[in-house]
Design a protein around this ligand. Structure first.
Ligand code: BES
Ligand code: ZN
Length: 406
Protein backbone atom coordinates (compact mmCIF):
# COMPACT_ATOMS: atom_id res chain seq x y z
CA UNK A 1 0.00 0.00 0.00
CA UNK A 2 2.73 2.41 1.05
CA UNK A 3 4.78 1.51 -2.02
CA UNK A 4 1.81 2.06 -4.17
CA UNK A 5 1.24 5.53 -2.76
CA UNK A 6 4.90 6.45 -3.08
CA UNK A 7 5.13 5.14 -6.62
CA UNK A 8 1.97 6.95 -7.44
CA UNK A 9 3.31 10.25 -6.30
CA UNK A 10 6.71 9.75 -7.89
CA UNK A 11 5.44 9.29 -11.40
CA UNK A 12 3.69 12.59 -11.12
CA UNK A 13 3.57 13.40 -14.82
CA UNK A 14 1.47 10.41 -15.68
CA UNK A 15 -0.16 10.61 -12.38
CA UNK A 16 -1.52 14.10 -12.42
CA UNK A 17 -4.05 12.76 -14.89
CA UNK A 18 -4.84 9.94 -12.51
CA UNK A 19 -4.97 12.25 -9.52
CA UNK A 20 -7.30 14.64 -11.22
CA UNK A 21 -9.45 11.62 -11.93
CA UNK A 22 -9.27 10.58 -8.29
CA UNK A 23 -10.18 14.05 -7.08
CA UNK A 24 -13.08 14.19 -9.50
CA UNK A 25 -14.21 10.78 -8.34
CA UNK A 26 -13.83 11.96 -4.80
CA UNK A 27 -15.83 15.13 -5.41
CA UNK A 28 -18.59 13.28 -7.19
CA UNK A 29 -18.68 10.96 -4.17
CA UNK A 30 -19.38 14.03 -2.05
CA UNK A 31 -22.54 14.66 -3.98
CA UNK A 32 -23.81 11.21 -3.22
CA UNK A 33 -22.84 11.30 0.39
CA UNK A 34 -24.49 14.00 2.42
CA UNK A 35 -22.09 13.62 5.36
CA UNK A 36 -20.68 16.85 6.74
CA UNK A 37 -17.10 15.67 6.38
CA UNK A 38 -15.37 13.50 3.80
CA UNK A 39 -12.67 10.97 4.35
CA UNK A 40 -9.46 11.25 2.38
CA UNK A 41 -6.27 9.21 2.36
CA UNK A 42 -2.84 10.84 2.52
CA UNK A 43 0.67 9.80 3.46
CA UNK A 44 2.58 11.09 6.51
CA UNK A 45 4.28 13.96 4.75
CA UNK A 46 1.02 15.36 3.43
CA UNK A 47 -0.64 14.69 6.79
CA UNK A 48 1.88 16.84 8.67
CA UNK A 49 1.56 19.57 6.10
CA UNK A 50 -2.22 19.62 6.37
CA UNK A 51 -2.09 19.74 10.17
CA UNK A 52 0.32 22.70 10.03
CA UNK A 53 -2.36 24.78 8.32
CA UNK A 54 -4.52 26.27 11.05
CA UNK A 55 -7.44 27.03 8.82
CA UNK A 56 -7.86 23.42 7.72
CA UNK A 57 -10.06 21.66 10.21
CA UNK A 58 -9.32 17.98 10.58
CA UNK A 59 -11.92 15.93 12.40
CA UNK A 60 -10.10 12.91 13.67
CA UNK A 61 -7.27 11.13 11.93
CA UNK A 62 -7.01 7.40 11.59
CA UNK A 63 -3.89 5.51 10.73
CA UNK A 64 -4.44 1.93 9.65
CA UNK A 65 -0.96 1.21 8.46
CA UNK A 66 2.36 2.90 8.63
CA UNK A 67 2.41 6.14 6.67
CA UNK A 68 -1.24 5.96 5.78
CA UNK A 69 -3.63 8.51 7.24
CA UNK A 70 -7.33 8.96 6.82
CA UNK A 71 -8.57 12.45 7.57
CA UNK A 72 -12.10 13.70 7.89
CA UNK A 73 -12.20 17.00 6.08
CA UNK A 74 -14.91 19.48 5.21
CA UNK A 75 -15.65 19.06 1.49
CA UNK A 76 -15.06 22.70 0.65
CA UNK A 77 -11.46 22.40 1.86
CA UNK A 78 -10.59 19.71 -0.68
CA UNK A 79 -9.36 22.07 -3.36
CA UNK A 80 -7.33 24.07 -0.87
CA UNK A 81 -5.58 20.93 0.36
CA UNK A 82 -4.96 19.74 -3.17
CA UNK A 83 -3.30 23.04 -4.03
CA UNK A 84 -1.29 23.00 -0.82
CA UNK A 85 0.15 19.54 -1.54
CA UNK A 86 0.88 20.56 -5.10
CA UNK A 87 2.64 23.82 -4.23
CA UNK A 88 4.50 22.81 -1.08
CA UNK A 89 5.45 19.23 -1.78
CA UNK A 90 5.69 19.71 -5.53
CA UNK A 91 3.60 16.75 -6.38
CA UNK A 92 0.16 16.12 -7.59
CA UNK A 93 -2.39 17.00 -4.93
CA UNK A 94 -4.49 13.88 -5.34
CA UNK A 95 -5.90 11.68 -2.68
CA UNK A 96 -8.40 8.96 -2.53
CA UNK A 97 -11.93 8.67 -1.35
CA UNK A 98 -13.34 5.78 0.63
CA UNK A 99 -15.87 4.71 -1.98
CA UNK A 100 -13.69 1.88 -3.21
CA UNK A 101 -12.01 3.88 -5.94
CA UNK A 102 -8.35 4.39 -6.68
CA UNK A 103 -5.83 2.68 -4.45
CA UNK A 104 -7.93 0.07 -2.72
CA UNK A 105 -6.23 -2.99 -4.04
CA UNK A 106 -5.00 -4.83 -1.02
CA UNK A 107 -7.39 -7.23 0.72
CA UNK A 108 -7.32 -5.53 4.11
CA UNK A 109 -8.48 -2.35 2.49
CA UNK A 110 -11.24 -3.97 0.49
CA UNK A 111 -12.87 -5.03 3.77
CA UNK A 112 -12.27 -1.53 5.12
CA UNK A 113 -15.68 -0.03 5.30
CA UNK A 114 -18.06 -2.53 6.81
CA UNK A 115 -21.73 -1.59 6.79
CA UNK A 116 -22.03 1.05 9.44
CA UNK A 117 -24.76 1.27 12.02
CA UNK A 118 -26.06 4.67 13.01
CA UNK A 119 -24.52 5.98 16.20
CA UNK A 120 -27.11 8.00 18.03
CA UNK A 121 -28.24 8.70 21.58
CA UNK A 122 -31.73 7.34 22.17
CA UNK A 123 -32.09 9.07 25.52
CA UNK A 124 -34.01 6.28 27.25
CA UNK A 125 -34.96 6.54 30.91
CA UNK A 126 -33.91 2.91 31.39
CA UNK A 127 -30.33 3.74 30.44
CA UNK A 128 -30.22 6.75 32.76
CA UNK A 129 -31.62 4.52 35.51
CA UNK A 130 -29.07 1.73 35.01
CA UNK A 131 -26.17 4.14 34.77
CA UNK A 132 -27.17 5.33 38.24
CA UNK A 133 -26.41 1.84 39.57
CA UNK A 134 -22.66 2.10 38.99
CA UNK A 135 -20.97 1.65 42.35
CA UNK A 136 -17.68 3.43 43.07
CA UNK A 137 -17.16 1.04 45.97
CA UNK A 138 -17.40 -2.03 43.74
CA UNK A 139 -15.03 -0.44 41.25
CA UNK A 140 -12.44 0.27 43.94
CA UNK A 141 -12.81 -3.25 45.37
CA UNK A 142 -12.03 -4.74 41.95
CA UNK A 143 -8.95 -2.55 41.57
CA UNK A 144 -7.72 -3.60 45.03
CA UNK A 145 -8.19 -7.29 44.20
CA UNK A 146 -6.47 -7.17 40.82
CA UNK A 147 -3.59 -4.99 41.94
CA UNK A 148 -2.81 -7.40 44.75
CA UNK A 149 -1.33 -9.91 42.31
CA UNK A 150 2.45 -9.49 42.30
CA UNK A 151 2.29 -8.92 38.59
CA UNK A 152 -0.02 -9.80 35.71
CA UNK A 153 2.79 -10.12 33.20
CA UNK A 154 2.07 -12.19 30.09
CA UNK A 155 4.61 -14.95 30.75
CA UNK A 156 4.40 -15.42 34.52
CA UNK A 157 2.38 -17.75 36.74
CA UNK A 158 0.55 -14.80 38.33
CA UNK A 159 -0.16 -13.51 34.83
CA UNK A 160 -2.12 -16.72 34.33
CA UNK A 161 -3.74 -16.90 37.79
CA UNK A 162 -4.89 -13.27 37.57
CA UNK A 163 -6.72 -14.17 34.33
CA UNK A 164 -8.30 -17.13 36.14
CA UNK A 165 -9.42 -14.68 38.81
CA UNK A 166 -11.18 -12.57 36.14
CA UNK A 167 -12.62 -15.69 34.48
CA UNK A 168 -14.02 -16.89 37.82
CA UNK A 169 -15.39 -13.47 38.79
CA UNK A 170 -17.16 -12.99 35.45
CA UNK A 171 -18.50 -16.56 35.62
CA UNK A 172 -19.86 -15.92 39.11
CA UNK A 173 -21.53 -12.69 38.01
CA UNK A 174 -23.22 -14.37 35.04
CA UNK A 175 -24.36 -17.50 36.86
CA UNK A 176 -28.06 -16.58 36.81
CA UNK A 177 -27.93 -15.91 33.04
CA UNK A 178 -27.32 -19.28 31.35
CA UNK A 179 -27.19 -17.80 27.83
CA UNK A 180 -24.04 -15.87 28.80
CA UNK A 181 -20.71 -17.53 28.03
CA UNK A 182 -17.31 -16.88 29.61
CA UNK A 183 -14.31 -18.37 27.82
CA UNK A 184 -10.56 -18.22 27.59
CA UNK A 185 -8.97 -17.13 24.33
CA UNK A 186 -5.68 -19.01 24.32
CA UNK A 187 -2.59 -17.54 22.66
CA UNK A 188 -0.09 -19.94 21.16
CA UNK A 189 3.09 -17.97 21.78
CA UNK A 190 2.73 -17.19 25.51
CA UNK A 191 0.86 -18.65 28.44
CA UNK A 192 -1.41 -15.83 29.59
CA UNK A 193 -4.84 -16.23 27.96
CA UNK A 194 -7.34 -13.46 27.23
CA UNK A 195 -10.83 -13.75 28.77
CA UNK A 196 -14.04 -13.10 26.81
CA UNK A 197 -17.61 -12.85 28.12
CA UNK A 198 -20.39 -12.98 25.52
CA UNK A 199 -24.02 -11.88 25.98
CA UNK A 200 -25.82 -13.06 22.82
CA UNK A 201 -28.05 -10.51 21.09
CA UNK A 202 -31.68 -11.47 20.46
CA UNK A 203 -32.39 -9.34 17.37
CA UNK A 204 -29.08 -9.00 15.51
CA UNK A 205 -26.82 -11.57 17.15
CA UNK A 206 -24.23 -11.30 14.39
CA UNK A 207 -23.67 -7.60 15.14
CA UNK A 208 -21.15 -7.28 17.95
CA UNK A 209 -20.48 -4.47 20.41
CA UNK A 210 -17.15 -4.93 22.18
CA UNK A 211 -15.87 -3.42 25.43
CA UNK A 212 -12.29 -4.28 26.29
CA UNK A 213 -9.26 -3.49 28.37
CA UNK A 214 -5.92 -5.11 28.97
CA UNK A 215 -5.55 -7.22 32.05
CA UNK A 216 -1.77 -7.59 31.98
CA UNK A 217 0.69 -5.34 33.82
CA UNK A 218 4.39 -4.57 33.58
CA UNK A 219 7.25 -2.98 35.46
CA UNK A 220 9.69 -1.37 33.07
CA UNK A 221 13.41 -1.94 33.47
CA UNK A 222 15.75 -4.86 33.47
CA UNK A 223 14.12 -7.63 35.45
CA UNK A 224 15.64 -11.03 34.85
CA UNK A 225 13.24 -13.10 36.91
CA UNK A 226 9.87 -11.96 35.63
CA UNK A 227 8.09 -14.01 38.29
CA UNK A 228 9.43 -11.55 40.85
CA UNK A 229 8.45 -8.44 38.94
CA UNK A 230 6.43 -6.01 41.07
CA UNK A 231 3.75 -4.63 38.81
CA UNK A 232 0.50 -3.90 40.65
CA UNK A 233 -0.86 -2.03 37.63
CA UNK A 234 -3.71 -0.50 39.63
CA UNK A 235 -4.37 2.31 37.19
CA UNK A 236 -2.76 0.59 34.18
CA UNK A 237 -4.99 -1.35 33.89
CA UNK A 238 -6.81 -2.96 36.82
CA UNK A 239 -8.97 0.17 36.56
CA UNK A 240 -10.15 -0.73 33.05
CA UNK A 241 -10.96 -4.32 34.03
CA UNK A 242 -12.82 -3.02 37.10
CA UNK A 243 -15.04 -0.97 34.77
CA UNK A 244 -15.80 -4.02 32.60
CA UNK A 245 -16.61 -6.08 35.70
CA UNK A 246 -18.99 -3.45 37.09
CA UNK A 247 -20.82 -3.13 33.75
CA UNK A 248 -21.15 -6.93 33.60
CA UNK A 249 -22.51 -6.96 37.17
CA UNK A 250 -25.25 -4.47 36.36
CA UNK A 251 -26.25 -6.09 33.06
CA UNK A 252 -26.42 -9.49 34.76
CA UNK A 253 -28.32 -8.33 37.84
CA UNK A 254 -30.86 -6.60 35.63
CA UNK A 255 -31.06 -9.62 33.29
CA UNK A 256 -30.54 -7.40 30.26
CA UNK A 257 -31.00 -9.31 26.98
CA UNK A 258 -29.48 -7.05 24.34
CA UNK A 259 -30.50 -6.78 20.68
CA UNK A 260 -26.90 -6.96 19.50
CA UNK A 261 -24.31 -9.32 20.95
CA UNK A 262 -22.19 -7.61 23.59
CA UNK A 263 -18.69 -8.94 24.33
CA UNK A 264 -16.34 -8.04 27.17
CA UNK A 265 -12.64 -8.72 26.69
CA UNK A 266 -9.79 -8.81 29.21
CA UNK A 267 -6.83 -8.86 26.83
CA UNK A 268 -3.53 -10.57 27.52
CA UNK A 269 -0.13 -9.14 26.59
CA UNK A 270 -0.95 -5.51 25.77
CA UNK A 271 2.10 -4.12 27.55
CA UNK A 272 4.44 -5.99 25.22
CA UNK A 273 2.97 -4.69 21.96
CA UNK A 274 -0.82 -5.12 21.89
CA UNK A 275 -0.23 -8.80 21.17
CA UNK A 276 -3.37 -10.32 22.70
CA UNK A 277 -5.86 -7.93 21.13
CA UNK A 278 -4.07 -8.17 17.80
CA UNK A 279 -4.67 -11.91 17.65
CA UNK A 280 -8.34 -11.52 18.58
CA UNK A 281 -9.02 -8.66 16.14
CA UNK A 282 -7.19 -10.58 13.41
CA UNK A 283 -9.27 -13.72 14.00
CA UNK A 284 -12.52 -11.72 13.99
CA UNK A 285 -11.39 -10.11 10.76
CA UNK A 286 -10.58 -13.48 9.18
CA UNK A 287 -13.98 -14.77 10.27
CA UNK A 288 -15.55 -11.68 8.75
CA UNK A 289 -17.26 -10.88 12.03
CA UNK A 290 -19.38 -7.77 12.09
CA UNK A 291 -18.13 -5.60 14.93
CA UNK A 292 -20.13 -2.37 15.05
CA UNK A 293 -18.13 -0.62 17.76
CA UNK A 294 -15.26 -1.19 20.20
CA UNK A 295 -14.64 0.77 23.41
CA UNK A 296 -11.18 0.43 24.94
CA UNK A 297 -10.81 1.14 28.65
CA UNK A 298 -7.18 1.70 29.59
CA UNK A 299 -6.37 3.84 32.68
CA UNK A 300 -9.61 5.13 34.16
CA UNK A 301 -8.95 5.93 37.82
CA UNK A 302 -6.39 8.75 38.09
CA UNK A 303 -7.83 12.26 38.31
CA UNK A 304 -4.84 14.26 37.05
CA UNK A 305 -6.96 16.96 35.40
CA UNK A 306 -10.63 17.87 35.71
CA UNK A 307 -11.26 16.81 32.10
CA UNK A 308 -11.13 13.32 30.68
CA UNK A 309 -9.35 12.83 27.34
CA UNK A 310 -11.06 11.87 24.09
CA UNK A 311 -8.39 10.22 21.94
CA UNK A 312 -8.58 11.26 18.30
CA UNK A 313 -5.83 9.20 16.71
CA UNK A 314 -5.99 5.49 15.82
CA UNK A 315 -9.70 5.76 16.58
CA UNK A 316 -12.87 6.02 14.53
CA UNK A 317 -14.06 9.63 14.17
CA UNK A 318 -17.78 8.79 14.09
CA UNK A 319 -17.67 6.46 17.07
CA UNK A 320 -15.57 9.07 18.85
CA UNK A 321 -18.20 11.74 18.25
CA UNK A 322 -20.79 9.26 19.57
CA UNK A 323 -18.65 8.80 22.69
CA UNK A 324 -18.47 12.58 23.25
CA UNK A 325 -22.27 12.62 23.10
CA UNK A 326 -22.44 9.73 25.58
CA UNK A 327 -20.19 11.67 27.96
CA UNK A 328 -22.29 14.84 27.66
CA UNK A 329 -25.50 12.93 28.09
CA UNK A 330 -24.85 10.24 30.67
CA UNK A 331 -21.56 11.12 32.36
CA UNK A 332 -21.86 14.91 32.46
CA UNK A 333 -18.19 15.63 32.93
CA UNK A 334 -15.80 17.88 30.97
CA UNK A 335 -13.67 16.33 28.22
CA UNK A 336 -10.87 17.50 25.94
CA UNK A 337 -9.65 16.10 22.65
CA UNK A 338 -6.27 14.44 22.92
CA UNK A 339 -3.84 12.24 21.03
CA UNK A 340 -1.59 9.37 21.96
CA UNK A 341 0.59 9.99 18.95
CA UNK A 342 1.12 6.24 18.49
CA UNK A 343 -0.80 2.98 18.79
CA UNK A 344 -0.95 3.30 22.58
CA UNK A 345 -3.48 0.61 23.45
CA UNK A 346 -5.71 -2.21 22.21
CA UNK A 347 -8.17 0.00 20.32
CA UNK A 348 -5.38 0.31 17.74
CA UNK A 349 -5.54 -3.45 17.09
CA UNK A 350 -9.19 -3.12 16.08
CA UNK A 351 -8.49 0.00 14.05
CA UNK A 352 -5.75 -1.90 12.26
CA UNK A 353 -8.33 -4.43 11.11
CA UNK A 354 -10.70 -1.68 10.03
CA UNK A 355 -13.15 -1.99 12.88
CA UNK A 356 -14.55 1.21 14.44
CA UNK A 357 -12.85 1.64 17.81
CA UNK A 358 -12.54 4.39 20.42
CA UNK A 359 -10.75 5.02 23.67
CA UNK A 360 -11.23 7.65 26.38
CA UNK A 361 -8.53 8.41 28.94
CA UNK A 362 -8.77 9.34 32.59
CA UNK A 363 -7.04 12.72 32.15
CA UNK A 364 -5.75 15.06 29.52
CA UNK A 365 -2.48 13.71 28.09
CA UNK A 366 -0.10 16.12 29.80
CA UNK A 367 -1.57 15.39 33.25
CA UNK A 368 -1.07 11.64 32.94
CA UNK A 369 -0.32 9.30 35.82
CA UNK A 370 3.49 9.17 36.01
CA UNK A 371 3.55 6.09 38.25
CA UNK A 372 2.43 3.57 35.62
CA UNK A 373 4.79 0.74 34.66
CA UNK A 374 6.41 0.92 38.09
CA UNK A 375 5.83 -0.76 41.44
CA UNK A 376 4.17 2.48 42.54
CA UNK A 377 1.16 2.05 40.27
CA UNK A 378 -0.94 1.29 43.34
CA UNK A 379 -4.29 2.49 44.66
CA UNK A 380 -2.36 5.05 46.69
CA UNK A 381 -1.78 7.05 43.52
CA UNK A 382 -5.24 6.96 41.99
CA UNK A 383 -8.44 8.76 42.93
CA UNK A 384 -9.34 6.55 45.88
CA UNK A 385 -12.80 8.00 46.25
CA UNK A 386 -13.66 6.03 43.12
CA UNK A 387 -15.19 9.14 41.56
CA UNK A 388 -12.96 9.15 38.46
CA UNK A 389 -13.33 5.45 37.70
CA UNK A 390 -17.06 5.88 38.40
CA UNK A 391 -17.31 8.21 35.41
CA UNK A 392 -15.95 5.44 33.22
CA UNK A 393 -18.40 2.95 34.69
CA UNK A 394 -21.22 5.24 33.56
CA UNK A 395 -19.66 5.81 30.15
CA UNK A 396 -19.03 2.10 29.50
CA UNK A 397 -22.51 1.06 30.59
CA UNK A 398 -24.10 3.76 28.42
CA UNK A 399 -21.93 2.63 25.48
CA UNK A 400 -23.03 -1.00 25.91
CA UNK A 401 -26.71 -0.13 26.26
CA UNK A 402 -26.97 2.52 23.54
CA UNK A 403 -25.16 0.38 20.97
CA UNK A 404 -26.36 -2.98 22.22
CA UNK A 405 -30.06 -2.39 22.80
CA UNK A 406 -32.97 -0.53 21.23
N1 BES B 1 -2.05 2.47 29.25
C1 BES B 1 -0.88 2.54 28.44
C2 BES B 1 -0.96 3.59 27.38
C3 BES B 1 -0.97 5.00 27.92
C4 BES B 1 0.09 5.45 28.70
C5 BES B 1 -1.98 5.84 27.60
C6 BES B 1 0.06 6.76 29.19
C7 BES B 1 -2.00 7.14 28.09
C8 BES B 1 -0.98 7.57 28.89
C9 BES B 1 -0.63 1.19 27.80
O1 BES B 1 -0.83 0.13 28.68
C10 BES B 1 0.80 1.11 27.37
O2 BES B 1 1.65 1.11 28.19
N2 BES B 1 1.03 1.08 26.06
C11 BES B 1 2.35 0.99 25.54
C12 BES B 1 2.32 0.77 24.06
C13 BES B 1 2.32 -0.68 23.66
C14 BES B 1 2.32 -0.78 22.16
C15 BES B 1 3.44 -1.48 24.26
C16 BES B 1 3.08 2.31 25.77
O3 BES B 1 2.45 3.36 25.85
O4 BES B 1 4.30 2.27 25.84
ZN1 ZN C 1 0.78 0.29 30.11
Amino acid sequence: MKDLIMKTFRFSGYLCVFCVFAVIEFLSGCGKNKAETERILVDGEAYKLILSQNDIQEHGAVSYQEDEYWLNIEPDKIEEISALIHETLHRCGGFFSDDGSALFKDPVNIRTFAPRVPYFISDRALIEHLVGKVSQQNLMASIVALSSFKNRYYTTSTGVSSQKYIFDRWTELSQANPEVEVRYFEHKKWKQPSVILTIPGKTFPEEKVILGGHADSIQMGLIFNKEKMEAPGADDNASGIAVLTEVIRILMEEHIVPDRTIEFMAYAAEEVGLKGSKEIAELYYQQNQNVVGVLQLDMTAYAGSPSIGVITDFTDPELTEFSRNLIDHYVKTPWVNDRCGYACSDHASWTRFKYPAVTIHETSARDNNKKIHSKLDTIQYIDQSGARVGLFGRLALAFALELGTY
